[in-house]
Design a protein around this ligand. Sequence first.
Ligand code: PMP
Length: 292
Amino acid sequence: MTHALHYGTACFGGIRGYWNDDAEQLFVFRIRDHYRRFLNSAKLLMMDLPHSEDELSEITLNLLRREGWREDVYIRPLAYKADEKIGVRLHNMTDEMTIFSVPFGRYIEKEEGAHVTFSSWRRIDDNAIPARGKISGAYVNSAFAKSDALLAGFDEALVLNADGHLAEGSAENIFIIRDGVAVTPPVTDNILEGITRKTIKHLLQSDLGVDVIERPIDRTEVFVADEAFFCGTGVQVASITRVDHRPIGDGAMGAITSRLRDLYFDIVRGKDERYGHWRTPVHVEQSVSSPA
Ligand code: PMP
């Protein structure tokens, strides 16, 4: 009878941990940013979770230490309305939460060249179910788009807003490159405020010297873009090389996407030691306490 199972009254997070073999270390990427968004999603659902961002991070690091993973993992915190009650509402409910981690590889197989389609399903509007929250019930919208795309032979869906502008993929944000400038939909266009999106925006501007503009994107701009790629915790950075049977650019991963992808993987795995504040090491050196 769990309320969340009937009505979708839950919210979740999706965080990655990257194993670095040389350093024998598991690095969790932007853990505090993920928990800040998780707590905001909970707030939208009128949940009052008894943990701070820092506490949730610490609980997660302890979980990962106990699991002892020596490979890449995905971490899934979930908060849900736990009462066994009939009746749709958000208020006066008991909230529970759980966190688990599992070994995880690719989210979509063709990260180097995905073939995608514009979905006939529209993105949920902020005034229906807020897309900026990672709200479980809202993912039925993503599931409609994703299944139709996969069953039609594509790797992923592009989803438009009700006004016909591009929002995002079924579970990833999107950038297009036109004339050397990166363009991505603004946070007011019914997208999840992606943490990878924020990371990519920074890397494009600071490391690759590529300007980034946030503005509404027309469907046909994607067809004529020089490059396009998805970004997200699951999908990482995945090149889009065909949209509805039309090649993007010359139909292969573009130069900016390729450089960005290499940079992203080096940073998340800690091969590139810059941006240390984005990586939390799971294993800490045991300090040897002096005998009393
Ligand atoms: N949009 C949607 C709908 C998503 O589910 C995700 C994955 N969490 C993203 C975008 C990417 O967000 P992030 O980079 O924070 O993982």
